[in-house]
Ligand binder design. Structure first.
Ligand code: SF4
Length: 189
């Protein structure tokens, strides 16, 4: 059977470990790290370094996209007050999925997808709708998968502990970091 070439958007190492491991059987996989949403810069660097470790462990190529914070901030700023899984997150998914689709077309991949649906904090239905939209627009297939299903998320937690990977405790942007701090204070108070 001829395996298809897939470009997989990756946002962090724990998600990459589980999803890439699962996709390796059926596809020739390449990772694509582009996450200008991640704040602060040290956190961005840490998530990238950890993802590079996973790429080495599973032996897949990892492409690194531009870290265009200004564009992302401009797009997300007016939705600063939105809750997680709201409109700001749709903009954030779209920013990263569009660039992944364009990169996949440029490099002649057969299809593209993202690891993001592994997270219970992300809305798979929105990610799928946006992925399908860019697939149609750029004439490339989108692999629509909800990786958290069938205990995917729980298994990924276990795998990342076994590999000693850093697991972040907030989604990524400065707004989600503030939310985390607020939740902490509420617990403490
Ligand atoms: S909460 Fe997560 S998905 Fe939503 S905008 Fe922030 S980084 Fe992006």
């Amino acid at each position: 059977m001829n395996k298809k070439r897939i470009l997989v958007h990756i946002c962090c190492a724990p998600d990459a470990l589980f999803v890439m491991n699962r996709l390796l059987d059926g596809f020739f996989v390449t990772g694509y790290f582009e996450n200008p949403n991640i704040f602060p810069p040290e956190e961005h660097a840490l998530r990238l370094t950890e993802t590079q470790k996973v790429a080495e462990t599973l032996s897949f190529d990892l492409l690194i996209g531009p870290n265009d914070r200004e564009v992302w901030n401009h797009r997300a700023a007016k939705y600063a007050e939105e809750p997680e899984k709201g409109r700001r997150c749709d903009i954030c998914y779209a920013h990263r999925l569009q660039n992944t689709a364009l990169e996949a077309v440029d490099r002649n991949f057969d299809l593209f997808t993202t690891v993001m649906t592994l997270s219970p904090l992300k809305k798979a239905s929105s990610i799928h709708r946006i992925g399908r939209m860019f697939a149609r627009r750029y004439g490339i297939e989108f692999l629509e998968a909800d990786f958290k299903k069938k205990d995917g998320f729980l298994q990924s937690v276990q795998m990342s502990h076994e590999h000693g990977l850093y697991r972040q405790n907030y989604c990524g942007c400065s707004f989600s970091l503030k939310d985390r701090e607020r939740r902490r204070q509420e617990k403490g108070g």
